[in-house]
Ligand binder design. Structure first.
Ligand code: C2E
Ligand code: MG
Ligand code: MG
Length: 714
């Protein structure tokens, strides 16, 4: 008879027995212990007799099937509970084929095979294992594997639907167990081809061999990181591999994810290229240029020159940009880039450092070869360009430094080439210069001068001195020319020739010119009415300042009458035929201010300039006056200018009158005015005040004034 296993439900008949013998007690105890042990198991356990009737089951078993512990009536058969379950729809797999399913299930108990999974209607999964017992009964083991199934399911989902190509391979044999859709799509092999294929097949030739050699005949898990794979169609891809070890079907396996980084790599390469190349010309940029210089310098250990650095600056590029527009300017730069590249050798590098500045690194230290190269580049750059229907002409200046002798670090070398370029440009456009040691000193001196000059302007160290202009007929002082002086705290009086050109270059001439003009007008306002003041103007003032405004202000502030002011300009101003300049001159003229042509005769086409504007005065350059006594040519030129002046109605002043003979000649030829050391060098404002207040110089007894410290020895 079946033993009801639950001890708490022992039959009353047994309980009522007065005494149990010890053996029975012991058996009962053992049975109770066995129960407790079974109930403690995580698996569900059920024992059946040879007819399939329930003998014993544990708590977990009842739980799995949601049955109360004493549900099974004595003698109940598993087949019966199954049938009830099937009818109730507990087993989704049985729906529609109830009898067949039941038959299979019972057959499975009679002839147990490997464990199988069973799905329940509520979604749980149970692993079922059956074993025969020696007495012809059955032991059934049930494990709730719902959680495991869910995990497996999400793994499948992650694997199959993942956009990253993934493979699962056996850790020992390296053969592929599974591949996801992305892997099939990406690599071009079918799922069928991939199955059992060695994962090594995915690797590109060389790396495949390397891995094979490294592993020998003991295949191991492949390394992570960057690798090259080859697709079925032969295309090479760069991949980053990520791997995880796991168990698959009870064997160690590896999950491999292969992220294709080919595109990203290409994009990175593009970015890297962009960081080292100029977008406009595609030439190497400053960064790459510098890297090359660094590398070459590092390589030239011997100290012997091994390469030349040529800096190239286009002449008049700004004009092209300003007049024809930036797109034409851009195209010009592109064309220059191409032409330069065609000039250099394969070992040379042309770079664009920015703006209109290019650099060529020329391998080899033969100076003649460098000169040949530079001349070739100059000729190429000079050839006309046709851009946007415009014929464009530009030139280039070149500065050359030899490495490593002109600089053994990149900064020094570049600075040397820069100094040479600066010198070349200073000598006019289209020149080239090699670096020389003295250039550096010159630059230092220049930089010092620049700082000092800025401070000087701010601190009022600049002021005009005045040199008299004498009416040669009356012998009287008829005016003064303001000549700026820099009263330098250490160097004393500095003449304008030493700082005006620099001031023009670095944009300080506007401020200086304004200071001088204001001061000169103020000083002149305190002189007698018949004494005029002449002030020099730089061409740069016309371009960078509102000159008319400045002059109007100076006159207004000082109260000086406009007809007492003469402005001196040189031919250089009229050289570029700029309509604006003439308009300004006419505007000034209409204020009543006089305009003098200074240093006449030293320019190129003086006569045409005289025609272009109604000057009030011509000043014959001192170089002609200086030679008057000895040079017949100078005499002829002076005479010609004098007659030109009288026919054009312009006063003529002779500059640089130093000797009585000169004065005699000029007077004889009817020159109206003279200026020079014979009369006086430039004087301070105080001295001038004394001079104009004192007795006038008589024409007949014109005598040289005292030698001034400024007086030059001719
Ligand atoms: P410049 O306008 O032709 O001035 C005449 C120069 O000749 C002055 O030189 C003067 O000192 C010098 N000189 C006068 N008489 C004689 C002489 O008998 N013999 C010789 N050998 N030289 C004589 P300085 O003062 O050195 O000025 C040089 C130039 O600097 C001036 O030439 C003028 O172009 C420029 N300059 C002077 N002051 C200014 C200024 O305030 N503004 C501008 N933009 N330029 C100025
Ligand atoms: Mg002058
Ligand atoms: Mg002059």
């Amino acid at each position: 008879m079946p033993v009801n296993p639950r001890s708490d439900a022992l039959p009353a008949a047994q309980q009522s027995r007065a005494a149990l013998d010890l053996a029975e007690r012991a058996a009962l105890k053992a049975q109770t212990r066995l129960r407790a042990a079974l109930d403690a198991l995580p698996e569900g356990i059920v024992f059946l007799d040879e007819e399939g009737r329930y003998i014993l089951w544990n708590k977990r078993y009842a739980e799995i099937y949601h049955r109360s512990a004493d549900l099974f009536a004595p003698g109940a058969k598993l087949a019966d509970t199954l049938r009830v379950g099937v009818q109730r729809g507990d087993y989704p797999e049985a729906v529609g084929r109830e009898e067949a399913w039941l038959a299979e299930r019972l057959n499975m108990m009679a002839n147990p095979g490997p464990p199988h999974e069973q799905r329940l209607a509520d979604g749980r999964w149970i692993l079922i294992e059956e074993r025969r017992t020696d007495d012809g009964g059955n032991i059934g083991i049930r494990v709730d594997i719902t959680e495991l199934k869910q995990r497996e399911e999400s793994f499948r989902l992650l694997f199959d639907a993942n956009p990253v190509p993934m493979f699962l391979y056996e850790a020992r044999s390296l053969s592929i167990v599974a591949a996801n859709k992305a892997a099939v799509d990406h690599y071009g092999y079918s799922a069928f081809q991939l199955k059992d294929m060695s994962v090594l097949t995915l690797y590109d030739g060389e790396e495949h061999e390397a891995l094979r050699r490294a592993m020998g005949d003991r295949p191991a898990q492949l390394p992570d990181g960057m690798w090259r794979h080859r697709k079925r169609d032969g295309a090479q891809v760069e991949v980053t591999l990520f791997q995880r070890e796991l168990e698959w079907g009870g064997k160690p396996a590896v999950l491999l994810a292969a992220v294709d980084v080919t595109e990203r790599r290409r994009a990175e390469a593009r970015v890297a290229h962009m960081a080292r190349h100029d977008a406009l010309t595609s030439l190497p940029n400053r960064t790459l240029h510098r890297e090359r210089v660094e590398a070459l310098l590092a390589a030239s250990k011997s100290g012997e020159d091994s390469f030349a650095l040529v800096l190239i600056d286009l002449d008049h590029f700004k004009t092209v940009n300003d007049t024809l527009g930036h797109s034409v300017g851009d195209r010009l730069l592109q064309e220059v880039a191409v032409r330069l590249q065609l000039c250099v050798g394969t070992a040379d590098m042309v770079a664009r450092l920015g703006g209109d500045e290019f650099a060529v690194i020329h391998a080899g230290a033969d100076r003649d070869a460098v000169i040949t190269l530079v001349e070739r580049m100059a000729a190429e750059v000079n050839r006309p360009y046709v851009l946007d229907g415009h014929q464009v002409l530009v030139g280039a200046s070149f500065g050359i430094a030899m490495a490593p002798s002109d600089g053994d670090d990149p900064d020094r070398l570049l600075k040397s080439a820069d100094l040479a370029l600066y010198k070349a440009k200073g000598e006019g456009r289209g020149m080239f210069r090699f670096f020389e040691e003295t250039m550096d000193n010159e630059l230092q001196a220049r930089l010092k001068l620049e700082t000092e000059l800025r401070a000087a302007i701010a601190q009022g160290e600049l002021s005009p001195h005045y040199q008299p202009l004498v009416n040669l007929e009356s012998g009287r002082v008829c005016g003064f020319e303001a000549l700026v002086r820099w009263n330098h705290p250490e160097r004393g009086i500095v003449p304008p020739g030493e700082f005006i050109p620099l001031a023009e270059e670095i944009g300080l001439i506007g401020a200086i010119g304004k200071q001088v003009l204001n001061q000169a007008c103020r000083d002149a306002a305190s002189w007698p009415e018949d004494i005029k003041i002449a002030v020099n103007l730089s061409p740069v003032q016309f371009k960078t300042t509102n000159l008319t405004e400045t002059v109007v202000q100076a006159l207004a502030n000082s109260g000086l009458s406009p007809h007492r002011l003469d402005l001196e300009i040189t031919e250089a101003l009229l050289m570029d035929k700029d309509g604006g300049t003439l308009a300004t001159l006419n505007g000034l003229r209409s204020l009543g201010v006089g305009i003098s042509m200074d240093d006449f005769g030293t320019g190129y086409s003086s006569l045409s300039y005289l025609r272009s504007f109604p000057f009030t005065k011509i000043k014959i350059d001192q170089s002609f006056v200086r030679d008057l006594a000895t040079s017949a040519d100078s005499q002829a030129i002076v005479r010609a200018i004098l007659s030109l002046g009288s026919s054009l109605g312009m006063t003529v002043t002779a500059e640089g009158v130093e000797r009585p003979e000169d004065l005699d000649y000029l007077r004889q030829e009817g020159c109206a005015e003279g200026q020079g050391y014979y009369f006086s060098a430039a004087r301070t404002a105080e001295e001038v005040l004394e001079m104009v207040g004192g007795p006038r110089v008589q024409a007949t007894e014109a005598t040289p004034v005292e030698a001034s410290p400024e007086r030059r020895t001719a």
